[in-house]
Design a protein around this ligand. Structure first.
Ligand code: OGA
Ligand code: NI
Length: 348
Protein backbone atom coordinates (compact mmCIF):
# COMPACT_ATOMS: atom_id res chain seq x y z
CA UNK A 1 0.00 0.00 0.00
CA UNK A 2 3.05 2.18 0.58
CA UNK A 3 2.84 3.76 -2.88
CA UNK A 4 -0.66 5.14 -2.54
CA UNK A 5 -1.45 8.33 -0.65
CA UNK A 6 -4.01 7.55 2.12
CA UNK A 7 -6.25 10.30 0.68
CA UNK A 8 -7.15 7.82 -2.09
CA UNK A 9 -8.00 4.85 0.11
CA UNK A 10 -11.67 3.88 0.19
CA UNK A 11 -13.37 2.75 3.41
CA UNK A 12 -13.39 -1.04 3.60
CA UNK A 13 -17.04 -1.41 2.54
CA UNK A 14 -16.42 0.62 -0.61
CA UNK A 15 -13.25 -1.12 -1.78
CA UNK A 16 -13.88 -2.80 -5.14
CA UNK A 17 -13.94 -6.56 -5.65
CA UNK A 18 -11.32 -7.45 -8.20
CA UNK A 19 -12.91 -10.76 -9.18
CA UNK A 20 -15.28 -9.91 -11.97
CA UNK A 21 -18.48 -11.92 -11.91
CA UNK A 22 -20.10 -12.83 -15.21
CA UNK A 23 -23.42 -11.16 -14.59
CA UNK A 24 -26.17 -9.91 -16.82
CA UNK A 25 -25.14 -6.45 -17.92
CA UNK A 26 -27.01 -3.27 -18.75
CA UNK A 27 -29.30 -3.42 -21.82
CA UNK A 28 -27.78 -2.89 -25.27
CA UNK A 29 -30.13 -0.91 -27.52
CA UNK A 30 -29.84 -0.62 -31.29
CA UNK A 31 -30.77 2.93 -32.28
CA UNK A 32 -30.80 2.35 -36.03
CA UNK A 33 -34.57 3.05 -36.26
CA UNK A 34 -33.85 6.44 -34.75
CA UNK A 35 -31.48 7.51 -37.49
CA UNK A 36 -33.19 5.96 -40.49
CA UNK A 37 -36.65 6.68 -41.87
CA UNK A 38 -38.53 4.85 -39.20
CA UNK A 39 -41.99 3.42 -39.08
CA UNK A 40 -44.33 4.06 -36.18
CA UNK A 41 -44.07 0.42 -35.09
CA UNK A 42 -40.27 0.63 -34.91
CA UNK A 43 -40.56 3.87 -32.97
CA UNK A 44 -42.91 2.45 -30.40
CA UNK A 45 -40.79 -0.62 -29.80
CA UNK A 46 -37.76 1.62 -29.27
CA UNK A 47 -39.76 3.79 -26.87
CA UNK A 48 -40.65 0.67 -24.88
CA UNK A 49 -37.06 -0.59 -24.87
CA UNK A 50 -35.67 2.74 -23.69
CA UNK A 51 -38.42 3.09 -21.08
CA UNK A 52 -37.72 -0.41 -19.68
CA UNK A 53 -33.98 0.28 -19.53
CA UNK A 54 -34.55 3.60 -17.70
CA UNK A 55 -36.94 1.97 -15.28
CA UNK A 56 -35.03 -1.24 -14.54
CA UNK A 57 -31.42 -0.11 -14.77
CA UNK A 58 -31.15 3.66 -15.15
CA UNK A 59 -28.35 2.74 -17.59
CA UNK A 60 -28.09 1.33 -21.12
CA UNK A 61 -25.64 1.15 -24.02
CA UNK A 62 -26.52 2.27 -27.53
CA UNK A 63 -25.15 1.21 -30.90
CA UNK A 64 -25.95 2.57 -34.38
CA UNK A 65 -26.42 5.96 -32.73
CA UNK A 66 -25.40 8.09 -35.70
CA UNK A 67 -22.32 9.72 -34.10
CA UNK A 68 -19.53 9.51 -36.71
CA UNK A 69 -16.66 7.26 -35.61
CA UNK A 70 -14.19 9.80 -37.03
CA UNK A 71 -15.43 12.42 -34.60
CA UNK A 72 -14.88 10.06 -31.67
CA UNK A 73 -11.43 8.99 -32.86
CA UNK A 74 -10.45 12.61 -33.20
CA UNK A 75 -11.37 13.56 -29.64
CA UNK A 76 -9.82 10.39 -28.19
CA UNK A 77 -6.57 11.07 -29.96
CA UNK A 78 -6.51 14.73 -28.86
CA UNK A 79 -7.40 13.73 -25.28
CA UNK A 80 -4.55 11.21 -25.14
CA UNK A 81 -2.15 13.87 -26.39
CA UNK A 82 -3.40 16.31 -23.78
CA UNK A 83 -2.99 13.91 -20.84
CA UNK A 84 0.45 13.00 -22.23
CA UNK A 85 1.64 16.62 -21.85
CA UNK A 86 4.00 17.46 -18.98
CA UNK A 87 2.45 18.35 -15.63
CA UNK A 88 3.73 21.84 -16.12
CA UNK A 89 1.83 22.24 -19.40
CA UNK A 90 -1.36 20.75 -17.96
CA UNK A 91 -1.17 22.98 -14.89
CA UNK A 92 -1.20 26.03 -17.20
CA UNK A 93 -4.89 25.28 -17.83
CA UNK A 94 -5.71 24.26 -14.26
CA UNK A 95 -9.06 25.04 -12.79
CA UNK A 96 -9.12 27.30 -9.75
CA UNK A 97 -11.52 28.48 -7.11
CA UNK A 98 -13.12 31.03 -9.43
CA UNK A 99 -13.20 29.02 -12.64
CA UNK A 100 -14.08 25.33 -12.22
CA UNK A 101 -13.21 24.56 -15.88
CA UNK A 102 -9.95 23.13 -17.18
CA UNK A 103 -7.50 20.55 -15.85
CA UNK A 104 -7.29 19.07 -12.37
CA UNK A 105 -6.21 15.88 -10.68
CA UNK A 106 -7.51 16.44 -7.17
CA UNK A 107 -11.22 15.68 -7.37
CA UNK A 108 -12.83 14.04 -4.34
CA UNK A 109 -16.01 11.98 -4.55
CA UNK A 110 -17.72 11.44 -1.19
CA UNK A 111 -14.62 13.04 0.35
CA UNK A 112 -12.18 10.39 -0.87
CA UNK A 113 -9.73 11.32 -3.61
CA UNK A 114 -10.36 9.87 -7.11
CA UNK A 115 -7.52 8.15 -8.99
CA UNK A 116 -7.90 10.22 -12.15
CA UNK A 117 -7.10 13.41 -13.96
CA UNK A 118 -9.74 15.44 -15.70
CA UNK A 119 -10.26 18.17 -18.28
CA UNK A 120 -13.62 19.98 -18.15
CA UNK A 121 -15.22 22.37 -20.58
CA UNK A 122 -18.63 23.87 -21.23
CA UNK A 123 -20.39 23.56 -24.51
CA UNK A 124 -21.85 27.07 -24.44
CA UNK A 125 -19.26 29.83 -24.39
CA UNK A 126 -19.15 31.53 -21.98
CA UNK A 127 -21.44 29.90 -19.41
CA UNK A 128 -22.88 31.95 -16.57
CA UNK A 129 -23.58 30.40 -13.18
CA UNK A 130 -24.49 31.96 -9.83
CA UNK A 131 -21.29 32.74 -7.97
CA UNK A 132 -22.67 31.34 -4.75
CA UNK A 133 -25.36 28.94 -3.69
CA UNK A 134 -27.26 31.57 -1.69
CA UNK A 135 -30.52 32.40 -3.50
CA UNK A 136 -30.41 35.99 -2.29
CA UNK A 137 -26.94 36.52 -3.70
CA UNK A 138 -27.47 37.70 -7.27
CA UNK A 139 -23.79 37.81 -8.24
CA UNK A 140 -22.95 35.75 -11.31
CA UNK A 141 -19.78 34.00 -12.33
CA UNK A 142 -18.68 33.61 -15.92
CA UNK A 143 -17.08 30.25 -16.71
CA UNK A 144 -14.46 30.32 -19.43
CA UNK A 145 -13.02 27.31 -21.20
CA UNK A 146 -9.24 27.07 -20.97
CA UNK A 147 -7.28 25.54 -23.85
CA UNK A 148 -3.67 24.37 -24.00
CA UNK A 149 -1.77 26.67 -26.35
CA UNK A 150 0.17 23.99 -28.17
CA UNK A 151 -2.70 21.61 -28.87
CA UNK A 152 -5.21 23.50 -31.05
CA UNK A 153 -6.75 20.23 -32.24
CA UNK A 154 -8.17 19.64 -28.75
CA UNK A 155 -10.51 22.62 -28.96
CA UNK A 156 -11.71 21.72 -32.43
CA UNK A 157 -12.23 18.05 -31.55
CA UNK A 158 -14.12 18.89 -28.34
CA UNK A 159 -16.39 21.41 -30.02
CA UNK A 160 -17.31 19.06 -32.87
CA UNK A 161 -17.83 16.16 -30.50
CA UNK A 162 -20.03 18.19 -28.13
CA UNK A 163 -22.30 19.07 -31.03
CA UNK A 164 -22.74 15.42 -31.93
CA UNK A 165 -23.41 14.56 -28.30
CA UNK A 166 -26.09 17.25 -28.03
CA UNK A 167 -27.83 15.91 -31.16
CA UNK A 168 -27.90 12.39 -29.73
CA UNK A 169 -29.02 13.66 -26.32
CA UNK A 170 -31.98 15.49 -27.86
CA UNK A 171 -33.10 12.37 -29.72
CA UNK A 172 -32.83 10.32 -26.54
CA UNK A 173 -34.82 12.91 -24.58
CA UNK A 174 -37.64 12.62 -27.09
CA UNK A 175 -37.80 8.87 -26.65
CA UNK A 176 -37.59 9.18 -22.87
CA UNK A 177 -40.44 11.74 -22.88
CA UNK A 178 -42.60 9.41 -25.02
CA UNK A 179 -41.82 6.50 -22.70
CA UNK A 180 -43.16 8.56 -19.78
CA UNK A 181 -46.37 9.22 -21.71
CA UNK A 182 -45.39 12.84 -22.37
CA UNK A 183 -45.40 14.74 -25.67
CA UNK A 184 -42.21 14.11 -27.66
CA UNK A 185 -40.65 17.51 -27.02
CA UNK A 186 -41.72 17.93 -23.39
CA UNK A 187 -38.20 17.30 -22.06
CA UNK A 188 -36.08 18.43 -25.00
CA UNK A 189 -37.97 21.76 -24.91
CA UNK A 190 -36.34 22.53 -21.55
CA UNK A 191 -32.87 22.29 -23.13
CA UNK A 192 -33.09 24.78 -26.01
CA UNK A 193 -30.36 26.86 -24.43
CA UNK A 194 -28.59 24.08 -22.57
CA UNK A 195 -25.55 24.58 -20.32
CA UNK A 196 -23.97 21.17 -20.88
CA UNK A 197 -20.46 20.07 -19.92
CA UNK A 198 -17.96 17.80 -21.57
CA UNK A 199 -15.32 16.01 -19.51
CA UNK A 200 -12.23 14.06 -20.46
CA UNK A 201 -11.31 11.48 -17.80
CA UNK A 202 -7.89 9.84 -17.71
CA UNK A 203 -7.33 7.01 -15.22
CA UNK A 204 -3.62 6.20 -14.92
CA UNK A 205 -2.53 2.68 -13.90
CA UNK A 206 -2.67 2.28 -10.13
CA UNK A 207 -0.48 0.10 -7.86
CA UNK A 208 -3.40 -0.63 -5.49
CA UNK A 209 -6.59 -1.08 -7.56
CA UNK A 210 -8.23 -3.04 -4.75
CA UNK A 211 -8.09 -0.06 -2.37
CA UNK A 212 -8.95 2.94 -4.50
CA UNK A 213 -11.48 4.01 -7.13
CA UNK A 214 -11.07 6.04 -10.31
CA UNK A 215 -14.35 7.73 -9.41
CA UNK A 216 -16.02 6.89 -6.11
CA UNK A 217 -19.66 5.83 -6.02
CA UNK A 218 -21.95 8.66 -7.08
CA UNK A 219 -25.04 9.59 -9.05
CA UNK A 220 -24.87 12.12 -11.86
CA UNK A 221 -26.72 15.32 -10.88
CA UNK A 222 -27.52 16.35 -14.49
CA UNK A 223 -30.34 15.17 -16.79
CA UNK A 224 -28.65 12.57 -18.98
CA UNK A 225 -25.04 11.43 -19.41
CA UNK A 226 -23.60 10.03 -22.64
CA UNK A 227 -20.29 8.31 -21.97
CA UNK A 228 -17.74 7.04 -24.45
CA UNK A 229 -15.29 4.63 -22.84
CA UNK A 230 -12.26 2.94 -24.40
CA UNK A 231 -11.65 -0.83 -24.50
CA UNK A 232 -10.14 -1.13 -20.99
CA UNK A 233 -13.34 -1.15 -18.91
CA UNK A 234 -13.78 -0.30 -15.24
CA UNK A 235 -17.21 1.35 -15.00
CA UNK A 236 -19.54 -0.44 -12.59
CA UNK A 237 -23.26 0.15 -12.11
CA UNK A 238 -25.18 -0.65 -8.95
CA UNK A 239 -27.89 -3.03 -10.13
CA UNK A 240 -31.30 -1.85 -8.97
CA UNK A 241 -32.59 -5.38 -8.48
CA UNK A 242 -30.10 -6.43 -5.78
CA UNK A 243 -27.53 -3.68 -5.18
CA UNK A 244 -24.67 -5.69 -6.76
CA UNK A 245 -21.92 -3.78 -8.60
CA UNK A 246 -22.11 -4.88 -12.25
CA UNK A 247 -19.30 -4.09 -14.72
CA UNK A 248 -20.23 -2.40 -18.00
CA UNK A 249 -18.51 -4.36 -20.74
CA UNK A 250 -16.80 -2.12 -23.29
CA UNK A 251 -18.57 -2.44 -26.66
CA UNK A 252 -16.72 -0.98 -29.66
CA UNK A 253 -18.16 2.37 -30.76
CA UNK A 254 -21.07 2.16 -28.31
CA UNK A 255 -22.15 4.88 -25.89
CA UNK A 256 -23.32 4.36 -22.35
CA UNK A 257 -26.37 6.40 -21.41
CA UNK A 258 -27.56 7.05 -17.90
CA UNK A 259 -30.44 8.89 -16.37
CA UNK A 260 -29.31 11.62 -13.97
CA UNK A 261 -30.94 13.20 -10.94
CA UNK A 262 -32.91 15.75 -13.00
CA UNK A 263 -34.87 13.05 -14.82
CA UNK A 264 -35.45 11.39 -11.47
CA UNK A 265 -37.03 14.59 -10.14
CA UNK A 266 -38.98 15.47 -13.31
CA UNK A 267 -40.35 11.91 -13.50
CA UNK A 268 -41.13 11.99 -9.76
CA UNK A 269 -39.03 8.85 -9.19
CA UNK A 270 -40.46 6.86 -12.13
CA UNK A 271 -36.88 6.71 -13.48
CA UNK A 272 -34.20 6.92 -10.82
CA UNK A 273 -30.61 8.01 -11.12
CA UNK A 274 -28.41 5.02 -10.37
CA UNK A 275 -25.14 4.89 -8.46
CA UNK A 276 -22.01 4.04 -10.39
CA UNK A 277 -18.23 4.04 -9.84
CA UNK A 278 -15.01 3.37 -11.71
CA UNK A 279 -12.43 0.72 -10.90
CA UNK A 280 -8.82 1.28 -11.90
CA UNK A 281 -6.35 -1.11 -13.36
CA UNK A 282 -2.84 -2.02 -12.23
CA UNK A 283 -1.42 -2.12 -15.76
CA UNK A 284 -3.58 -0.19 -18.16
CA UNK A 285 -4.52 3.45 -18.33
CA UNK A 286 -8.10 4.23 -19.31
CA UNK A 287 -9.83 7.09 -21.11
CA UNK A 288 -13.51 7.99 -20.86
CA UNK A 289 -15.44 10.97 -22.18
CA UNK A 290 -18.75 11.84 -20.53
CA UNK A 291 -21.11 14.48 -21.95
CA UNK A 292 -23.32 15.82 -19.17
CA UNK A 293 -26.58 17.20 -20.55
CA UNK A 294 -27.53 20.16 -18.33
CA UNK A 295 -30.53 22.48 -18.67
CA UNK A 296 -30.01 26.27 -18.68
CA UNK A 297 -28.63 27.34 -15.30
CA UNK A 298 -31.72 29.45 -14.61
CA UNK A 299 -33.96 26.33 -14.63
CA UNK A 300 -36.15 25.55 -11.62
CA UNK A 301 -36.46 21.81 -11.28
CA UNK A 302 -39.50 20.02 -9.86
CA UNK A 303 -41.68 17.00 -10.72
CA UNK A 304 -43.54 17.63 -14.01
CA UNK A 305 -47.15 18.52 -13.35
CA UNK A 306 -48.35 16.00 -15.96
CA UNK A 307 -46.80 13.22 -13.89
CA UNK A 308 -48.20 14.09 -10.49
CA UNK A 309 -51.71 13.83 -9.10
CA UNK A 310 -53.49 13.19 -5.81
CA UNK A 311 -52.42 9.54 -5.72
CA UNK A 312 -48.88 10.37 -6.77
CA UNK A 313 -48.03 13.77 -5.26
CA UNK A 314 -44.76 15.59 -5.94
CA UNK A 315 -41.88 14.00 -4.06
CA UNK A 316 -39.52 16.99 -4.39
CA UNK A 317 -39.58 20.69 -3.63
CA UNK A 318 -38.46 22.97 -6.51
CA UNK A 319 -34.75 23.80 -6.64
CA UNK A 320 -32.64 25.97 -8.86
CA UNK A 321 -30.18 24.11 -11.10
CA UNK A 322 -27.58 26.90 -11.27
CA UNK A 323 -27.49 27.28 -7.48
CA UNK A 324 -27.21 23.53 -7.08
CA UNK A 325 -24.24 23.49 -9.46
CA UNK A 326 -22.56 26.39 -7.66
CA UNK A 327 -22.78 24.49 -4.41
CA UNK A 328 -21.43 21.33 -6.03
CA UNK A 329 -18.53 23.15 -7.66
CA UNK A 330 -17.49 24.48 -4.27
CA UNK A 331 -17.51 21.13 -2.51
CA UNK A 332 -15.74 19.34 -5.37
CA UNK A 333 -12.92 21.82 -5.11
CA UNK A 334 -12.09 21.24 -1.49
CA UNK A 335 -12.46 18.31 0.84
CA UNK A 336 -15.38 19.15 3.10
CA UNK A 337 -16.53 17.42 6.24
CA UNK A 338 -20.15 17.49 5.22
CA UNK A 339 -21.99 15.61 2.50
CA UNK A 340 -22.19 17.19 -0.94
CA UNK A 341 -25.57 18.67 -1.85
CA UNK A 342 -27.95 15.95 -3.14
CA UNK A 343 -31.49 15.89 -4.55
CA UNK A 344 -32.49 14.00 -1.41
CA UNK A 345 -32.15 17.34 0.39
CA UNK A 346 -35.19 18.55 -1.59
CA UNK A 347 -37.28 15.47 -0.96
CA UNK A 348 -40.68 16.26 0.54
C1 OGA B 1 -18.44 10.50 -14.30
C2 OGA B 1 -18.42 9.03 -14.45
C3 OGA B 1 -17.56 7.08 -15.53
C4 OGA B 1 -16.38 6.61 -16.33
O1 OGA B 1 -17.45 11.14 -14.77
O2 OGA B 1 -19.43 11.02 -13.74
O3 OGA B 1 -19.26 8.40 -13.88
O4 OGA B 1 -16.46 5.47 -16.78
N1 OGA B 1 -17.49 8.46 -15.24
O5 OGA B 1 -15.43 7.35 -16.49
NI1 NI C 1 -20.91 9.64 -13.24
Amino acid sequence: MGEVDPAFIQALEHQPKIIITEAEGIPLIDLSPLISCNTEAEDSSLVAEIGDACKNWGFFQVINHGVPLKCREKIESAARKFFGLSNEEKKKVSRNEVNPLGYYDTEHTKNVRDWKEVFDLTVKKPTIIPSSHQSDDKELNQLMNQWPEDLPELKEACEEYAEEMAKLAFKLLEFIALSLGLPKTRLSGIFKDHDSFLRLNHYPPCPAPHLVLGVGRHKDPNALTILGQDEVGGLEVKRKADGEWIPVKPTPNAYIINVGDLIQVWSNDEYVSVEHRVMVNSEKERLSIPFFLNPPNSTWVEPLEELINKQNPAKYKPYNWGEFLAKRARSNFEKLDVENIQISHFRI
